[in-house]
Design a protein around this ligand. Structure first.
Ligand code: GLY
Length: 315
């Protein structure tokens, strides 16, 4: 595994400056390489990379990248969210920054275009970490969003394309100050009963970030991800010395062996080492790093995400 730590120096301090990088995913599932989903992830990674290169924080970057995915009705998040068995839309989202471990999350949020912005409002308010239902809606209103109806959101969803994904979108990023952040958003799992909450709004399960370990966003079987605190477990594996790819592979393998659950994750270290792995048939992803083309893939987990010529779709 190569590291992406930049040899360039900050001229004022002679301290190495990290090369900023963002990774996004469009959900683990059965779908293989699909032009619409790849284009959607590529657009989110490109938007996030532009922010990083403009000096924005990793936290702002992952929020914006996830908002791009939430606005795209082919993904099961925001506008494309799947309904519950009774036809209602219930949204989950969370985000976390790695410098001070601030986090914000919403669960069972009624239909708003950008649940991740509501989660950001929770983080910025700083009073609590996780709000549910109408309490979460109050935070969504604070993020200047207007509530829509489940019917309006259902009518936006691209059911012609989105048939097999287990859902969820996410992003992790390293900014030029060396800070990490992670964000995750979902409409939940297909066929879920009303009131069901998955892993995505749970800090440590769907999302985790700590500048001293790594940042992670997960996707897949929420009922197994949350019982194994998968995002936290992956970051702790990094803290223990694993490479990002080895940590992603090991934690997902453990989940499948221990609980029979499948899914995927994106992972990044404080040095910009990237891990991308999944145990479902596919997981569309995109990587945006300073000085490189956006890299995309999704059929085969890359053995070495730093050198995806063999497995990724350079574009
Ligand atoms: N991983 C998304 C969910 O289970 O809700």
């Amino acid at each position: 595994m190569t590291t992406s730590f930049s040899p360039q120096q900050d001229s004022a301090t002679s301290v190495p400056v990290p090369v900023p990088v963002i990774v996004v995913h469009g959900g683990a599932g059965d779908r293989g390489r699909d032009a619409a989903h790849i284009a959607g992830c590529k657009a989110a990674a490109a938007a996030g990379r532009s922010l990083l290169l403009a000096g924005k924080s990793a936290l702002d970057t992952v929020q914006h990248a996830v908002e791009v995915l939430e606005a795209n009705p082919i993904f099961n998040a925001g506008h494309g969210s799947v309904p519950t068995t009774t036809g209602e839309i219930e949204l989950d989202a969370s985000l976390m920054e790695g410098e001070n471990l601030r986090a914000g999350a919403v669960a069972m949020l009624p239909p708003y275009p950008h649940p991740i912005a509501a989660a950001r409002a929770v983080l910025d308010e700083g009073l609590h970490v996780l709000y549910g239902g109408e309490g979460a809606a109050t935070l969504a209103e604070q993020s200047a969003q207007t509530r829509i109806t489940s019917g309006q959101m259902r009518s936006t969803r691209r059911t012609d394309i989105d048939t097999t994904s287990k859902g969820t979108v996410g992003a992790v990023a390293l900014d030029t100050s060396g800070h990490l952040a992670a964000a995750t958003s979902t409409g939940g799992t297909r066929g879920q009963r009303p009131g069901r909450i998955g892993d995505s709004p749970l800090i440590g399960a769907g999302t985790y970030a700590d500048d001293t370990a790594g940042a992670c966003s997960t996707t897949g079987d929420g009922e197994t991800i949350l019982r194994l605190c998968l995002a936290f477990a992956a970051c702790e594996a990094l803290r223990g010395g694993a490479t990002a790819q080895a940590a992603a592979r090991a934690t997902l393998a453990h989940m499948e062996k221990r609980l029979g659950g499948t899914g995927g994750m994106i992972l990044i270290t404080p040095q910009g080492d990237v891990g991308i792995h999944w145990t479902t048939p596919a997981m569309i992803y995109a990587v945006g790093r300073q000085g490189e083309d956006i890299r995309t893939g999704g059929d085969q987990p890359p053995e070495n995400p730093e050198g995806q010529n063999q497995t990724g779709n350079h574009s």
